[in-house]
Design a protein around this ligand. Structure first.
Ligand code: HEM
Length: 376
């Protein structure tokens, strides 16, 4: 059965025929039931993401009401991902420049080293579904923490940090319960204190990491240290669910159709396009405007179906992975994410994970935007 709507499509077993039909026949339109504009065609998705009045948050609600007034909300309000406008531009420029300089080959090699540390943690040394879930939510995040220069080389530290990052990420979901939100606020506080404590320890001069470079460049431009800290945590958060989803969807692909194991980076690129972990994102109109030839009103919301845009172009030689977004907020971690997802899958296969068995017993985690398998 086809999904009932684009939100249901996210965790549907095969939403791609539905997406292709939407992109072809209704590339931009209003969904009365959801109360959202839906952009599904590649040109429409690109137009929404490029439109100056399409913002990442509603003008009247910079922070989701459930998080407002908590440590999680304070962190959220400082993220470049969640802000438009001039105030965030200098830090964003620094962050993008530093991220563009990341050597993804080196990041993969370090991820392999961190994987060995995780082997020492109870509950990780198995290829059962529960352990696979833990691996995909841990290794990419701690690999980003390591890139930042934060102390995660001991397996237990790595697991503790990744668990907090996952708790914070989960609290941002519209499906989060009151307990999830409370855990997210705790996690935000914990991560802030951990980052602060870690920065008191001088970093090793041979591999100073991204964070000291970020702090240095930010200080020179008079950017508040709290904004730098929030966005450092933000990088780990960005790496969490989406990269777990990419690694998980790669395991499913291998389990269903097999793959040349020598070419996991190519598989990562292919899955990012054909079974993407981030299926949609949202934009909010800051002013009355014309969007894709249609008049829209200030306050209207647009659901941007990245996965539909991908599925509409997946047969083209030039088809691209829309899962990383486009325009002003395009993901600067796309290459890194694919490298880390490939490194995670490689680590799991080396430890005996059985993709065919995993693909027989899983469900998708409940979500309105991310397609992340949860293995039984
Ligand atoms: C498979 C994994 C990933 C996917 C699918 C993904 C996807 C995305 C998407 C769709 C956006 C834009 C959201 C929007 O425009 O509404 C985004 C933004 C961002 N991503 Fe990623 N991401 C991934 C991994 C990463 C990683 C590993 C990092 C960094 C370590 C990262 C850092 C960021 C940052 C900083 C932004 C905000 C950019 C801005 O607002 O200017 N992402 N990501």
């Amino acid at each position: 059965m086809m999904p009932a709507d684009p939100l249901e499509a996210v965790t549907h077993s095969d939403p791609y025929p539905y997406y292709r039909a939407l992109a072809a026949h209704r590339p931009f339109g209003f969904d009365e039931r959801l109360g959202l504009w839906i952009a599904a065609g590649p040109a429409e998705v690109a137009a929404v993401l490029a439109h100056p009045d399409c913002r990442v948050r509603p003008a009247a609600q910079p922070v989701p009401p459930t998080l407002a007034g908590t440590a999680a909300g304070e962190l959220f309000g400082r993220l470049i991902r969640m802000n438009d406008g001039a105030a965030h531009a200098p830090l964003k420029a620094i962050l993008l420049r530093l991220m563009a300089g990341i050597d993804t080959g080196m990041a993969s090699a370090r991820a392999a080293m961190l994987a060995s540390a995780l082997d020492t943690v109870p509950g990780m040394a198995t290829a059962a579904g529960a352990a696979v879930n833990r691996w995909i939510f841990t290794l990419p995040v701690v690999a980003v923490a390591e890139l930042l220069g934060l102390p995660v080389r001991a397996g237990a530290d790595a697991v503790a940090v990744a668990a907090r990052v996952a708790a914070y990420a989960a609290a941002q979901s519209p499906l989060a319960t009151a307990d999830d939100v409370a855990a997210g606020a705790d996690a935000a506080r914990w991560l802030g204190q951990w980052l602060h404590a870690a920065s008191e320890v001088p970093s090793r001069s041979d591999e100073p990491g991204l964070l000291p470079a970020l702090r240095h460049a930010a200080q020179a431009e008079g950017i508040a240290p709290a904004a730098v800290a929030a966005n450092a945590i933000g990088l780990m958060v960005q790496a969490c669910e989406a990269t777990a989803g990419l690694a998980g969807n790669m395991l499913l692909r291998i389990g269903r159709v097999g793959t040349a194991l020598g070419n996991l980076p190519a598989l990562a690129a292919c899955v990012a396009r054909d079974d993407p972990p981030v299926q949609n994102t949202r934009r909010f109109l800051a002013a009355d405007a014309r969007l894709c030839g249609v008049p829209v009103k200030a306050g209207d919301a647009v659901l941007v179906l990245l996965a539909a845009a991908s599925s509409a172009t997946s047969d083209d030689a030039g088809g691209r992975a829309w899962t990383f977004g486009a325009g002003r907020h395009a993901c600067p971690g796309d290459a890194l994410a694919q490298a880390l997802a490939a490194a995670t899958v490689e680590a799991l296969l080396a430890r005996g994970a059985q993709p065919a068995a995993l693909a027989q017993a899983f469900r998708y985690r409940p979500s309105h935007n991310a397609r992340i398998p949860h293995f039984d």
